[in-house]
Design a protein around this ligand. Structure first.
Ligand SMILES: Cc1cc2nc3c(=O)[nH]c(=O)nc-3n(C[C@H](O)[C@H](O)[C@H](O)COP(=O)(O)OP(=O)(O)OC[C@H]3O[C@@H](n4cnc5c(N)ncnc54)[C@H](O)[C@@H]3O)c2cc1C
Ligand code: SF4
Ligand code: SF4
Length: 667
């Protein structure tokens, strides 16, 4: 709706409500003084203060003043609009006025929380209130637009988060597209043998869920695929998915391994990614026995046919189902969905970034993820913990916080590494009877059953040394240290530097945002925090929503998490998608751009600038036109239009200039 055809509500009678927010605001700002000041501003008919205006009685004050005919526009001076703009718009509406006859002045995040100077805080608060009062006088009546919601959902990432979200949605009757980048779903959990703190078998709880995904009539699983483009808006996204060629027809392959057995490479020769490169695979392979889909794939980087074009193609000869297809090409699928759940997980910290820990230099320094594969019955050693020379270690050090809680790498705590370290310490001790030493900074055991798990490890005789490891080397200074890895660390509990010789070291590498998180963020038009994790709309009140309506987050892509928290969050993301779909429609905010046709010169400057492709050219009228459903109200076009033909609801020139006038005339 344009400003010109919107309904006015008569001469402005403005109510100003200044919130104490407990002592958050009142501790720094002279609230009573601000209220007295507001009474002197043009068109202000009511000015009040209240302890918590967002509370029911606080909102009732506003509604009653509207009902009594004292006011027809509302200014609330309180916290960030991100927190309560919607609350007060609803209150304005409940009082009987259009919700857009409302303006917020943020005197908490922009004033009281960012200064210690009370006098200056009050001056700034008054200026912001004056700006809001000036602005709201120019507000127009606006309406939200209703659009129907497509009931299908896209889930991106097939780790435990994506699997759980997809199954929850599919079980409630929704069609789900599950897009996984790797040849199989399962994510990191598929690589574990046991899960802390209960030590239940990871495969036993994960494999049935993976099979359920494969066989579910409401789930379309696209593995070895990535989302390349997303257009549209909440309820109506248009998505392009790039399906990489496997060179094996997924509809024909039954995962019989015949092609792998008959490959001209008689022996595996190339690093096996699923086993962290600890053993080898052939160019045609199935990542692991429970892979879903259980379909072979050919790696063109290592396959003789792709590299030289001269292979006898014994794999293709062996396949009775004629599933091998060397001519398979990349495919682009186009789908339409109403909601999107991102569940792209994490990557582990690269241990080579801390050279003093010797990873890559000393063969028996492993990462925790490598040891997860060693202890796994279907891993490269059949579940035995062995050194590179095939012998069992007699002593093992587990180093916590590698790439976490460290100024030089990541300052945050990775949350799961303490428990993963305890799990590995237990499994190593159980399988080798080795002496196991855990080097930790603080033991973080805050989950359910975690402290008890720590107690269990203490009882099992695992040694715990509190102190950050300074260095791992092979520099022996005594005969006992010969041939060993020497851990040098300060034991902060007894205040001495210790040297402990061991056969094997396990580095509990931290969790990091995926390497391509920034690219994925751009495709889905969401934000990343400073550490690269996808940013939730609000850390407490909207932990699975993003700033893009219709796009939710599940699991470790939002920050480090264990499996119980991941599954809980995936359920919440699925519930959010269901709530959106079952409502059947969405209401789009009216803060969109609009073109005043009479001023548009048809120069098309705005069309290329709009990041959401919301503007098109109407050739027969020689003017541009904004699609209100696609416009996100970023204002780029409005600022760029050389003719001043573009305006934006809630950000018209007169609203902005008068707000500035209000701010500067009272400072
Ligand atoms: C060594 C170690 C041991 C652990 N042990 C335990 C344990 O015992 N118990 C426990 O509770 N927690 C444990 N954890 C934590 C556990 O790994 C996580 O909680 C869990 O894996 C998070 O699941 P997720 O689905 O969010 O992410 P992930 O498991 O990382 O899955 C993400 C999925 O998304 C896919 N993906 C990524 N990017 C894209 C893209 N752009 N497009 C499509 N697909 C994409 C990935 O290929 C992957 O399949 C451990 C962590 C570590 C490091
Ligand atoms: S491609 Fe053919 S031979 Fe290879 S696993 Fe599939 S069905 Fe078996
Ligand atoms: S304000 Fe303009 S540039 Fe921004 S989304 Fe709307 S139409 Fe596109």
């Amino acid at each position: 709706m344009s400003a010109s055809d919107s309904k006015q509500n008569g001469a402005p009678k403005i109510g100003v409500y200044v919130c104490h927010c407990g002592i958050n605001i009142a501790g720094k700002i002279d609230v009573a003084g601000a209220v007295e000041f507001a009474k002197t501003l043009p068109n202000v008919t009511v000015a009040r203060e209240y302890k918590f205006i967002c509370s029911d009685p606080g909102q009732e004050l506003i509604q009653q003043d509207i009902r009594d005919g004292k006011i027809n526009r509302v200014v609330v001076a309180s916290c960030s609009p991100l927190m309560h703009e919607n609350t007060f718009r609803k209150a304005t509406k409940a009082g009987g006025e259009n919700p857009y006859f409302f303006q917020m002045a943020n005197i908490r995040e922009h004033v009281s929380w960012v200064t210690t100077d009370k006098a200056m805080a009050t001056i700034k608060a008054k200026a912001l209130i004056a700006g809001a009062v000036h602005r709201v006088a120019h507000h127009k009546s606006l309406e939200r637009t209703r659009v129907p919601v497509n009931p299908d959902v896209l889930v991106v990432g097939g780790g435990i988060a994506g699997i759980h979200a997809a199954l929850t949605l599919a079980d409630s009757g929704k069609k789900v597209y599950l897009v996984e980048r790797e040849p199989t779903i399962g994510g990191h959990m598929a690589q574990f043998d046991k899960t802390f703190p209960t030590l239940d078998c990871a495969a036993c709880i994960l494999t049935p869920k993976m099979s359920a995904v494969r066989s579910h009539p409401n789930i379309i699983l696209w593995s070895y695929s990535e989302v390349s483009q997303v257009e549209g808006y909440v309820g109506n996204f248009k998505v392009k998915v790039r399906r990489k060629p496997r060179y094996v027809d997924e509809t024909l392959c039954v995962g019989c391994y015949e092609c792998i057995d008959k490959c001209i490479f008689k022996k595996p020769k190339f690093p096996d990614e699923f086993n962290q490169g600890l053993n080898l695979r052939k160019p045609v392979y199935i990542p692991f026995p429970q892979a879903t889909p259980l379909v072979a794939l050919i790696d063109p980087e290592t396959c003789a046919e792709f590299r030289g074009g001269k292979c006898k193609k014994t794999c293709a000869e062996a396949c009775e189902r004629n599933a091998i297809d060397f001519n398979q090409k990349e495919e682009i699928k186009e789908i339409e969905v109403g909601a999107i759940i991102l569940a792209t997980g994490y990557k582990t910290f690269d241990a080579k970034r801390i050279p003093r820990y010797g990873y890559g230099k000393y063969p028996n320094v492993y990462t925790a993820m490598e040891v997860e594969r060693l202890v796994n019955a279907s891993g490269p050693t059949g579940g035995e913990v062995l050194l590179r020379d095939g012998k069992k270690p007699k002593s093992v050090a587990v180093v916590h916080c590698v790439g976490s809680r460290d100024e030089n790498t990541n300052r945050y705590c990775s949350r799961v590494c303490c428990m993963a370290s305890l799990k590995l310490a237990h499994l190593i001790h159980e399988r080798t009877e080795a002496e196991v030493y855990n080097f930790y900074i603080d033991m973080r055991a805050a989950g359910k059953g975690y402290e008890e798990f720590y107690d269990r490890l203490l009882a099992e005789g695992v040694h715990f040394i509190r102190g950050r490891v300074a260095e791992i080397s092979d520099w022996a200074t005594t005969p006992e240290e010969e041939g060993k890895l020497i851990i040098r660390a300060e034991d902060t509990l007894i205040g001495v530097v210790r040297r402990i010789p061991v056969d094997m070291v396990v580095l509990a590498t931290g969790l990091e945002a995926q390497a391509d998180a920034e690219d994925v963020r751009r495709v889905f038009n969401i934000s990343c925090g400073a550490e690269g994790w996808f940013l939730e709309r609000h850390p407490k009140l909207a932990p699975v929503s993003t700033f893009t309506d219709g796009v939710s987050l599940a699991g470790a892509c939002q920050g480090p998490k264990d499996i119980p928290d991941t599954v809980a969050q995936a359920g919440a993301a699925a519930a959010e998608a269901l709530a959106l779909i079952d409502k059947g429609f969405v209401e789009l905010e009216p803060n969109t751009a609009y073109i005043q046709d009479e001023f548009c010169s048809g120069c098309k400057t705005c069309i290329g600038l709009c990041p959401y492709s919301a503007i098109s050219f109407v050739a027969d009228k020689n003017i541009a036109s904004v699609n209100g459903a696609l416009c996100k109200g970023c204002g780029t076009c409005v600022a760029a239009c050389p003719s001043g033909a573009l305006q934006q609801n809630l950000f018209t020139d007169e609203q902005i200039y008068d707000e500035i006038k209000g701010v500067i005339s009272y400072v």
